[in-house]
Every structure is written in structure tokens, then in C-alpha cells.
Design a protein around this ligand. Sequence first.
Ligand SMILES: [Ca+2]
Ligand SMILES: [Ca+2]
Length: 203
Amino acid sequence: MTNRSLIVGLVALCTLPAAGQAQIPIPPFLETPILNDNFNTASGTNLTMVGPFTATSGNVDVLHGSRCVPATASNGCVELDGTAPATLQSGPIKLEGGYPYFLSFELTGSQLNNRATMTQVSFGPFSHTYELAANDLTSGLVSMVLSVPKDEITRVTFKSLTPGATGAILDDVLVARVPEPATLGLMVLGVLGAGFSGRKRAH
Ligand SMILES: [Ca+2]
Ligand SMILES: [Ca+2]
């Protein structure tokens, strides 16, 4: 629990939104990302492809501005129901057993109507269904480090279980390998140390 909070905190520190960029800045303790999209350059409605994802059923809408979080004109995000709930899948990703993998994404409630949403997210050993009230921002940034016991080929999947044409809002998807637990621990300490000394200097 403490580790997770620490990582969430670090991600919040390291992934400040940058206007107009199609990619999220990468936390310094990660390897080159496997998936990285903030959907800010995406556009269109009833899409079956968006960024690195394909809808294997249903379709999605790209929203901008006040319907995304944060509500800025340059922020694009994906509503997981276009005309029908989507199952959005990445291409195949080969996970190497013994290495941890980092997954983060933003999932928030629909910013339209009074509609509660349900979204199942899965990646390798991880699967969870998020139930969000309309305008619910509490899920927000979700990030985790997953341990992968053995080699496997998987996909990142966001499956909307919300009937109709209004779904949860997805943004800022990042998947990357974490070099090694020992290295991660050292780098986390390094980042914390740098942040701490930065704050001291600022005062
Ligand atoms: Ca975005
Ligand atoms: Ca829609």
C-alpha cells in the first residue's frame, strides 16, 4: 500500500501534463514505453481505431475540452462508448517473466448525463472493473507496478460494460517495463532525494 502510494506520488510528480504533446512525459525510473498516448492529437467520433488501440467491438468518441480532465482545449480524451460500448485493445505485448511492468491510465466517470459507468481493465496478471458515478473523478490516475512471474503475451484492454452511447472517459495510457526491482528502489530513492534537495533549494 505504501509502495503504491509512493509510486502514484512519483507519477504525479513526473507526468505533469504538457499542452499539445501526444505523449506523456516518462517517469525517469522506466524503460522506453511500450504504449504511451495522451490522445491530445486524436479526433473523431464512432472510431474503431484510436492511438495504439483497436475496438474489437463497439466504437469510441474522442472528446476535447470541458469533457476531459483537466478541462483544457488542448486535452483530448476517449469516451469508451461511441454509438455502442467499446472493447478497446492494444496490439500484443510480450511480457518477460521476472520483470515488473508499469501500467498507468486515467479513468474518470462520464462527464455527460447522469450515467454511471462500468469499465473492465485488464493487462497480463491484472484485471479490475471500475464502477464510476457520473462526473466521478475519484478513480482518476491509476498506476501500478505488476510482477510478471513468467513470459506471456498479453494486451491492454479497456472494455466498457456500460450500455448505450455514453461511457467512462479514458486518458493518458502508459505501459513500460521497470528495469529491475533493485534498480527501481535505487532510482526511487534518487528521485526522492532530488525532489527533496530541489525543495530545499527553492526555499
Ligand atoms: Ca489527453
Ligand atoms: Ca458517445
